[in-house]
Design a protein around this ligand. Structure first.
Ligand code: ADP
Ligand code: MG
Length: 260
């Protein structure tokens, strides 16, 4: 079944400052959308608001996931419904191993679906973890390390995608999962994302740079500027951006506002 995330006229603020000023966007499983925009445009704010981060206040609009308004739901409830966020800046949890974290998360989700569930059998979990780590070309010892504790930038991003791979959400929001990666790590992470995206997974790929879109072909590209999506198109929009930067779009938007 297709899962759809629909965002309508979304306004959100943080500490009383309006950041999102009317965002409309629809992402369905099987689709890959790229959301691009300059620093400070509100990309991470949108990601956090979609996941239900308590620091952000939704002041107007709707977020509908699988036909249900999720604005009042806690992050874990959204997660259980099949929504996933890979953070731009993942938090370290010393003392909690990657494997334990993932197993706990998987079990919480299973229990939400079936209160009688006894948890994923250990052998099944190990096999799943191994398969997904191999997909992301990760050393198996990585599973024993404490979550994000002392991880390099690239390791953190891989750990986020490993979470996505094992939790198997229906819609994943990836916030600058490409940033800070060298070209080899970028290729591995991107091919992992491509391998996972497909009929059962929709992706909202948030990125500042066009570079990652050489490896992950989006079906749609949207440009976020000053809290609004000012342009949407196909993959060619990202190429156009690569050539001209955000300057031209900024100028076009401000011309249009002058005329209005
Ligand atoms: P992007 O991810 O596109 O670079 P962000 O969503 O991180 O942009 O930030 C958008 C704007 O919101 C910026 O001007 C930023 O300073 C502001 N902002 C984000 N989070 C907070 C916060 N917790 N407190 C105050 N301002 C914030
Ligand atoms: Mg950001």
């Amino acid at each position: 079944m297709t899962a759809t995330l629909t965002i309508r006229n979304l306004h959100a603020s943080v500490n009383g400052t309006d950041i999102l000023k009317g965002v409309d966007l629809e992402v369905s499983s099987a689709e890959t959308h790229a959301l691009m925009g300059p620093n400070g445009a509100g990309k991470s704010t949108l990601a956090h608001v979609l996941m239900g981060h308590p620091a952000y206040e939704v002041t107007q609009g709707e977020i509908i996931f699988k036909g249900k308004d999720i604005i009042k739901l806690a992050p874990f409830e959204r997660s259980r419904m099949g929504l996933f966020l890979a953070f731009q800046y993942p938090v370290a949890v010393p003392g909690l191993s990657v494997a334990n974290f993932l197993r706990t998360a998987i079990n919480a989700k299973r229990k939400a679906l079936d209160p009688e569930d006894k948890g994923i059998p250990m052998a099944e979990f190990r096999a799943l973890l191994k398969e997904k780590m191999d997909l992301l070309e990760m050393q198996h010892e990585f599973a024993g390390r404490f979550l994000n504790d002392g991880f390099s930038g690239g390791e953190k991003k891989r750990a986020e995608i490993l979470q996505m791979a094992t939790l198997q959400p229906e819609i994943a929001i990836l916030d600058e999962t490409d940033s800070g990666l060298d070209i080899d790590a970028l290729q591995i992470v991107a091919s992992g994302i491509s391998a996972l995206s497909g009929p059962n997974l929709g992706v909202l790929l948030i990125t500042h740079y066009q570079r990652v879109l050489n490896f992950i072909k989006p079906d749609y590209v949207h440009i976020l500027l000053d809290g609004r999506i000012v342009e949407s198109g196909g993959a060619e929009l990202a190429e156009h951006l690569e050539e001209h930067g955000y300057k031209k779009i900024r100028a076009r938007v401000s011309d249009a506002m002058m005329e209005a």
